[in-house]
Ligand binder design. Structure first.
Ligand SMILES: Cc1cc2nc3c(=O)[nH]c(=O)nc-3n(C[C@H](O)[C@H](O)[C@H](O)COP(=O)(O)OP(=O)(O)OC[C@H]3O[C@@H](n4cnc5c(N)ncnc54)[C@H](O)[C@@H]3O)c2cc1C
Length: 291
């Protein structure tokens, strides 16, 4: 590995200035579980690593049933799944935070890094989309917000412009009678990436019998994680019976555009989409009915 300068700004403004000055030659470091590996393997190159962990806003972790959830971009997964309020209010997010890598990885890895690495197979992105996550982005012109589903633009690429970086991820307060779930399929239990991932959320009416809103998102079946609005729409105004769930799963399967690779061929992945969407929906519905 070549020599790389290290910078540890303490404010958002300092970080923006460093990124604006060095452009593509600077890379951000959150937990480092992707970027260090990529630099070592010469898959990415940098002259400066900008460590964002000392910036207070990036370490924010606040969860409130009325105000919603804010996760700073430098907050590692373990802080998320050790937070009892988040476990209670956002179990769909916990599904992903607690399965990224193993315990060592979870002590460093962030959801912000998972998103900014912008892998089509990133585990946290489908549940963040299902939960209507919003990216708070800082840059030379100030701060802007972008829904998570619009963030990734191609494998390894995203909507961040020159000098911009992710400050935090915001989630609206959970709606009454709502539930979410994330499931992935991997060929072995640890240390591998998803062959398919499915994140879903449902909102039920006050009788907990009919669906009033739903979102379905997928990973590892297209160049970017996908929100599939037609799959969610197929569930609205139904009693979430088997026919409605089958229809949503079939629409998700039809929207998937997977490639064939060593982890599975395209047809296998399409089959898995339907299986995982159905299972994730059953889990989300059960959680919504428990609330
Ligand atoms: C052994 C192992 C197992 C893994 N298992 C999984 C798994 O099961 N599921 C999974 O999805 N991933 C897995 N990963 C990948 C990785 O751990 C995750 O993607 C993790 O969430 C990345 O977070 P990080 O904080 O370490 O990111 P970093 O490596 O610090 O950063 C990742 C990328 O995002 C950029 N970046 C980081 N923060 C910001 C920011 N705030 N603004 C703009 N850009 C930023 C960095 O420059 C870099 O390009 C695994 C990795 C390893 C090494």
């Amino acid at each position: 590995m070549k020599d790389i300068d290290f910078a540890a700004p303490k404010t958002i403004a300092e970080a923006v200035a460093l990124l604006s000055k060095h452009g593509d030659r600077a890379k951000l470091l959150a937990g480092g579980t992707d970027i260090i590996v990529q630099l070592r393997e010469h898959r990415r190159d940098a002259d400066v690593l900008v460590d964002i962990q000392r910036i207070p806003e990036l370490n924010e972790l606040t969860c409130d049933a009325k105000k919603g959830l804010t996760i700073g971009a430098a907050v590692p997964c373990y802080r998320i799944y050790e937070n009892k309020e988040i476990v209670k209010l956002y179990p769909g997010l916990i599904d992903a935070a607690s399965l990224i890598g193993g315990i060592q990885i979870q002590s460093r890895a962030t959801l912000g890094g998972n998103l900014c690495n912008s892998s089509p197979a990133a585990d946290s992105i489908p549940p963040m989309i299902a939960l209507e996550g919003v990216c708070v982005i800082a840059g030379p012109s100030g701060t802007r917000e972008l829904p998570v589903e619009k963030f990734c633009t191609a494998p390894g690429k995203n909507a961040l412009g020159k000098g911009e970086f992710l400050v935090s991820l915001k989630f609206p307060p959970p709606k009454a009678n709502s539930g979410a779930s994330y499931l992935r399929f991997i060929p072995r239990n640890e240390m591998d990436i998803a062959v398919v991932g499915a994140g879903v959320s449902v909102v039920l009416d006050s009788n907990k019998s009919r669906c009033t809103a739903a979102r379905v998102a997928l990973a590892a079946v297209a160049p970017t994680p996908l929100l599939i609005p037609e799959a969610g729409a197929a569930l609205v105004n139904t009693g979430l019976d088997a026919a409605a769930i089958d229809k949503a799963a079939a629409l998700a399967k039809a929207a998937a555009k997977p490639i064939s690779d060593m982890r599975g061929d395209a047809e296998y992945r399409r089959h898995l989409v339907a299986v995982l969407v159905k299972r994730a929906l059953h889990s989300a519905i059960a959680r919504a009915r428990q609330n």
